[in-house]
Design a protein around this ligand. Structure first.
Ligand code: ADQ
Length: 529
């Protein structure tokens, strides 16, 4: 892992994300701790362990209150505290308004251009503002405890208003923000009531640096600023905005995965055995095996994928019995109606396809409708001959990268929607448009028929490219850019007076009631969004 501590130059990193890196859960055998192994946590937790600092997040676990002090702080990892987790409490109304409401029923569909799912409620917007202010206050309090000059890193669309609110509380603090999903063009943002887009953009312009996956999202952001905040000066060529007497920079930093970790998981003896067993079961006698992995979310194009498969088996009867598709589809945000409906639609479509084309020896689609352990995921990726990613819009899409990392035998073909951030980065995938069902079916057919030599050439090129751009390169790129920007800023007086910087202390064991209370179950993925 690249040593990123040098870019911090002794500053204290304060990270803000909606989901926390360690969640305490009450179970039958007492309290246990779980670490969600999503890309973000697996990159940032080791970093925080090395740099110290504080991670501020929603305390979502059922035993989170009992395992933190009275203001929600505890040292983590629980058995070997290296940094501080500051939990912020939300009640059911907060979750309904801020998280399920404005963040996931307004911003999420708008940013993905899927306006048929867009819902605006004034109470949700008010709640979003209140909760953003609450998180900004928590970050501010943590910044006052920091022993080194603080550098705040905000994650995602849950916190568009935090940067401006935090800057109101402490003007000189360095704040940057990674936006994990697409950023929409002005015509889409205009669907929000007057005043809301302006407030969101002003919130984001509280940052010193805003990071996106692709150039396109950066352009959309700048177009929105031009349109809604005429008082701001946009300098497109240098990707900067001058606003309120400050300079805000934008950067393109495509996120990635811990490539070596996935590769190692795919290469273990157990994984080898599991991959052989999977092929024996689903791909016997020259049959091909396909895989897809997503949360059940309308952005992922799951019904479109099923339509393409239906068309393929309808048009090409010779492919019936020659190709099995494993669809891993994890329930997500099931409290929301569009998600509940989508789940029912997916289950019904899978049943229909299996009834229509299946036989006593062959089930066309094997649906795994739950979270699976990352070890099993790596084995399935390794065993598969093709991976279908069919998002209607997707900020990046990590599944595409995980598949490539686990293809250690270099046999697989990646069929990738052109509407993912990944498609702008990965060369040699078979690109498809999920809205064009016939074209999508052709793409799958082309992947199935591709010569072994061509498959190997493409996969090898994708793997080489991926190794040059891991999650640690992403992290180092962002922190290096922050260091550059901080160097060009005059050092605020408070920081000069603070004297030599040292790492933030984590809470001692006394203040950490969670110590020794359980096990880390790192293998189960949890819905990070
Ligand atoms: P997501 O929309 O969640 O992320 P994605 O990037 O594909 O989408 O990441 C999903 C992660 O969940 C992957 O690591 C995948 O392996 C895992 N996962 C999904 N289903 C699973 C299951 N059943 N069992 C186990 N693991 C499962 C958002 C944006 C993306 C962006 C990321 C990171 O929407 O565009 O790539 O953030 O910035």
């Amino acid at each position: 892992m690249t040593d990123v501590t040098r870019y911090l130059d002794g500053r204290t990193l304060i990270l803000l994300s909606n989901r926390e890196p360690y969640e305490h859960l009450a179970g039958e055998e007492g309290i246990h701790v779980r670490q969600p192994p999503g890309g973000l946590v697996s990159a940032l937790d080791p970093t925080m362990r090395r740099t110290g600092g504080t991670w501020v997040a929603w305390g979502s676990g059922t035993a989170d209150r009992e395992t933190a002090d009275e203001i929600g702080r505890l040292g983590v990892p629980p058995f070997e505290p290296a940094y501080t987790l500051r939990r912020v409490w939300l009640d059911d109304a907060d979750i309904a308004g801020y998280y399920l409401g404005f963040a996931n029923s307004a911003l999420w569909p708008l940013c993905h251009l899927l306006i048929q799912h867009f819902e605006f409620h004034r109470e949700h917007w008010e709640c979003y503002q209140t909760i953003n202010a609450r998180f900004a206050r928590a970050v501010y309090e943590e910044s006052l405890r920091a022993t080194g000059a603080p550098q705040v890193w905000v994650q995602d669309y849950h916190f568009a208003l935090v940067p401006a609110e935090l800057r109101r509380l402490t003007a000189d603090i360095f704040i940057h923000h990674f936006w994990h999903i697409p950023f929409p063009p002005p015509d889409i943002l205009r669907l929000l009531p007057t005043g809301v887009p302006e407030t969101l953009l002003r919130g984001l312009l509280g940052n010193d640096l805003i990071e996106f996956h692709t150039e396109r999202y950066t352009h959309n952001f700048l177009d929105c600023v031009r349109e809604f905040l005429p008082e701001a000066q946009v300098r497109g060529e240098s990707r900067r905005v001058a606003y309120d007497g400050r300079q805000i920079s934008l950067g393109v930093f495509p996120i990635s995965i811990d490539v070596d970790a996935f590769e190692r998981l795919a290469l273990t003896e157990e994984s080898d055995a599991r991959a052989s067993a999977l092929r024996q079961r689903y791909a016997r006698g020259g049959r091909a095996l396909g895989i897809s992995v997503d949360r059940v979310d309308y952005t992922k194009g799951i019904p479109e994928r099923l339509r393409a498969l239906d068309r393929l088996w309808y048009e090409s009867p010779e492919l019936r019995g020659r190709f099995t598709m494993i669809i891993v589809a994890t329930p997500s945000r099931t409290e929301l109606v569009p998600y509940k409906n989508l789940e029912a639609e997916v289950l019904a479509a899978v049943r229909e396809i299996n009834d229509r084309y299946g036989s006593a020896e062959w089930e066309p689609i094997v649906l795994i409708h739950e979270n699976i352990h990352v070890e099993l995921l790596a084995s399935i990726y390794r065993a598969a001959d093709l991976c279908l990613v069919s998002s209607l819009q997707d900020g990046m899409n990590l599944v595409a990268k995980e598949f490539v990392a686990c293809q250690v035998d270099e046999n697989g073909v990646l069929v990738l929607s052109r509407f993912t951030g990944a498609a702008e980065e990965i060369e040699e995938a078979v690109l498809i448009n999920p809205f064009n069902v016939a074209g999508f079916a052709d793409g799958i057919r082309a992947a199935l028929e591709m010569e072994p030599g061509e498959r190997r050439r493409r996969m090898r090129a994708m793997r080489q490219q991926l190794h040059r751009s891991t999650i640690f390169d992403w992290l180092a790129g962002i922190l290096a850019r922050c260091a550059e920007l901080m160097d060009t800023r005059p050092r605020p007086l408070a920081e000069v007076e603070r004297g030599p910087v040292v790492h933030n202390d984590t809470l001692g064991t006394d203040a950490n009631p969670s110590n020794g209370t359980g096990t880390t179950d790192g293998a189960v993925w949890s819905d990070m969004r």
